[in-house]
Design a protein around this ligand. Structure first.
Ligand code: AMP
Ligand code: MG
Length: 474
C-alpha cells in the first residue's frame, strides 16, 4: 500500500495571475464517509491506502501529499446575468493534477476545504448535505453517460458548519478534466490582460483540444462539447439550476451540482432553485442560456481571435449543433434508428403530451415499448393517438415498440437521483445513518438495469415527499 500520488501540476506552472497558492485548512476529526473505489482504480490510486488514516488525512485536507501544490483558482462570471468581476475558489483548493494510467490528466480538488482570498463571507466550508448531493448526482451522471466532474471521496470533518442551523461539516474530493470555466476567460478578458488570456487559452487547448490551432478552433471545440452536453441534460429531464458562466466548464463536463434536479412530473419550464426567481435557468431555457454563456466566451476570446465575424460565425453554429445533438438523443429515446422528415414533430408530440398529462419524465420514457407508458398520464387516453403515430413510424424501420424494448431501456434509465430521495438520504446522514445514501448510490451506479428490490427508488415523490425548492450548495 502506498499513498504515492503522481502529481504533475500544469496549472500551478502558470504564473501567479491565475491563482493564489493556499493550503487547505485542517479539520478537527476527519472520518471517511465514502471512497469511490472504482474511480480510485481508474486514476491509478491505491484505494486501500486512501482508506488509511494517512489517506483520510489527505482527503480531509489535513495533510498535503508530496507533489501537491495547492492553490485557489481565480475567475469571474455572470451570475444570473449580473457581472461579478472576481469570484474564484472560495471553498475549494486545487491540490494538483495527476495523470491516470490511461494518460488522461485530472484535477484533484478538495471542496469545503476552508477559506481562501476568494471566499464569500470568509467561510469556505461545506456541510454534509451539498457534499453528498454532489457525490450522488455527479456519479449518477457519469453512470448515465453524461460528461461530468466526478467524486472520489466524501469525508466528515467532525466540525460543525453554521447555515440556517448547525450541520455536520464535510469535504468532497472532486475530480475533473479541468476546472477551467467560461468565467476564467472572462476574468482575464475583463482585466484586458491579453497575455494571460493567451496563456490560459494555450493551457486549455493543451488539455482539451490538443489537435486545435488557436483560439477560434478552441471556441469551436467548447461550443461542440456544450451543445452535446446540454442535449444530454435535456434527454434526462435534468435542470442544472445555476448555469452561471463560472459554472460552465470549457471541458464540456457538468460542474457544480448545487440546486440541480431531475424533473419528476414533466413541465418544460420547470425551475427548482430557490434563487432562480425569474426562471432564467428553467429546463426549457437551458439551450438558450448555454448559447448566452458561450457568447460571453466568444467575446472574451475576441482579442485573440481578432475578427468579430469569425467569433460570431463560430457561435452561430451552436443552434444547429444543439438541434442535431438533441435529435440524436431523443430519437434514441423513442427507439428510432433511422432519420425521417417529421421526427422532431413526433418527439415534440410526446413531450407536449407529457406536459399536458403531468407524466413522469423518466418513467414515461422507460415504459415506452411495454404499453405501460399510457398509465403515466393523468388521462391515459391522450397517449393513444401518439402511440399509433409512433408505431407507424417504427414500422417504417420494420420494427414494433416491443421489438425495441432492449434498445429503449439501454438509453432510458429506470433509476435517476430523484430530489426527494437525495433529500431523504441527506436527512438520514445528518443523524448518522448512511444506509439510504449508500443504497441510492448503489442503484444509481447501474441506472439502466431493472432495479429489482430497489424498485421503490423509481417512484415519483408522494405528495408529502415533494421537495418544492432546492438550494445552492453552500
Ligand atoms: P457557486 O454558487 O457554488 O457557483 O459559487 C459562487 C461563488 O461563491 C464562488 O466564488 C464560490 O467559491 C463562492 N462560495 C460559494 N459557497 C461558499 C462558501 N461556503 N464559502 C466561501 N465562498 C463560497
Ligand atoms: Mg460555482
Amino acid at each position: 500500500m502506498s499513498l504515492d500520488l503522481p502529481f504533475d501540476n500544469s496549472y500551478a506552472r502558470l504564473d501567479e495571475r491565475f491563482y493564489t497558492k493556499i493550503a487547505p485548512t485542517p479539520v478537527k476529526d476527519p472520518s471517511l464517509i465514502t471512497l469511490n473505489r472504482p474511480l480510485a482504480a481508474e486514476l491509478g490510486l491505491d484505494a486501500d491506502a486512501l482508506e488509511t488514516p494517512d489517506g483520510i488525512a489527505f482527503l480531509a485536507g489535513n495533510s498535503v501529499p508530496a507533489g501537491a501544490d495547492p492553490l485557489a483558482q481565480v475567475y469571474a462570471g455572470h451570475q444570473f446575468g449580473g457581472w461579478s468581476p472576481r469570484l474564484g475558489d472560495g471553498r475549494a483548493v486545487l491540490l494538483g493534477e495527476i495523470v491516470a494510467p490511461d494518460g488522461q490528466r485530472f484535477d484533484i480538488q478538495l471542496k469545503g476545504s476552508g477559506p481562501t482570498p476568494y471566499s464569500r463571507m470568509g467561510d469556505g466550508r461545506a456541510w454534509v448535505g451539498p457534499v453528498l448531493r454532489e457525490y450522488i448526482v455527479s456519479e449518477a451522471m457519469h453512470a448515465l453517460g453524461v460528461p461530468t466532474t466526478r467524486a472520489l471521496a466524501a469525508v466528515a470533518t467532525g466540525e460543525t458548519v453554521l447555515r440556517e442551523a448547525p450541520y455536520p461539516g464535510a469535504v468532497l474530493t472532486r475530480v475533473a478534466a479541468s476546472h477551467i470555466r467560461v468565467g476564467t476567460f472572462q476574468y482575464f478578458a475583463s482585466q484586458k490582460d491579453t497575455k494571460a488570456l493567451a496563456a490560459l487559452t494555450e493551457h486549455a487547448i493543451s488539455r482539451h483540444d490538443p489537435e486545435v490551432d488557436g483560439a477560434l478552433g478552441f471556441l469551436d471545440g467548447v461550443i461542440d462539447r456544450q451543445a452535446k452536453l446540454i442535449a444530454k441534460w435535456m434527454g434526462l429531464g435534468f435542470v442544472h439550476g445555476v448555469m452561471n458562466t463560472d459554472n460552465m466548464t470549457v471541458s464540456g463536463e457538468t460542474i457544480d451540482y448545487g440546486p440541480c434536479a431531475y424533473i419528476d412530473r414533466f413541465h418544460p419550464m420547470q425551475v427548482f432553485s430557490s434563487i432562480d426567481q425569474q426562471g432564467r435557468y428553467a429546463y426549457g431555457r437551458q439551450p438558450e442560456m448555454a448559447m448566452w454563456n458561450l457568447a460571453q466566451l466568444a467575446t472574451s476570446l475576441l482579442p485573440l481571435i481578432g475578427e468579430v465575424e469569425k467569433a460570431q460565425a463560430s457561435l452561430d453554429r451552436f443552434p444547429d449543433l444543439y438541434r442535431t445533438a438533441w435529435r440524436n438523443v431523443f430519437r434514441a429515446k423513442i427507439g428510432l434508428k433511422t432519420k425521417a422528415e417529421d421526427d422532431d414533430g413526433l418527439i415534440n408530440g410526446l413531450i407536449d403530451l407529457m406536459a399536458q398529462g403531468q407524466a413522469d419524465f423518466t418513467n414515461t420514457f422507460r415504459a415506452l415499448g411495454s404499453h405501460k407508458a399510457r398509465d403515466e398520464f393523468v388521462d391515459p387516453s391522450i397517449y393513444d393517438d401518439w402511440e399509433q403515430r409512433w408505431r407507424d413510424r417504427l414500422e417504417t424501420e420494420g420494427a414494433s415498440p416491443e421489438d425495441r424494448v432492449a434498445e429503449l431501456q439501454s438509453v432510458n434509465p429506470a433509476v435517476i437521483a430523484r430530489t426527494h430521495r437525495i433529500e431523504q438520504a441527506i436527512q438520514a446522514a445528518v443523524t448518522g445513518d448512511l444506509a439510504p445514501y449508500k443504497r441510492l448510490n448503489t442503484a444509481l451506479a447501474t441506472p439502466f438495469a431493472n432495479p429489482g428490490e430497489m424498485e421503490d427508488l423509481t417512484r415519483p415523490p408522494l405528495e408529502e415527499e415533494v421537495v418544492p425548492q432546492t438550494f445552492c450548495g453552500t
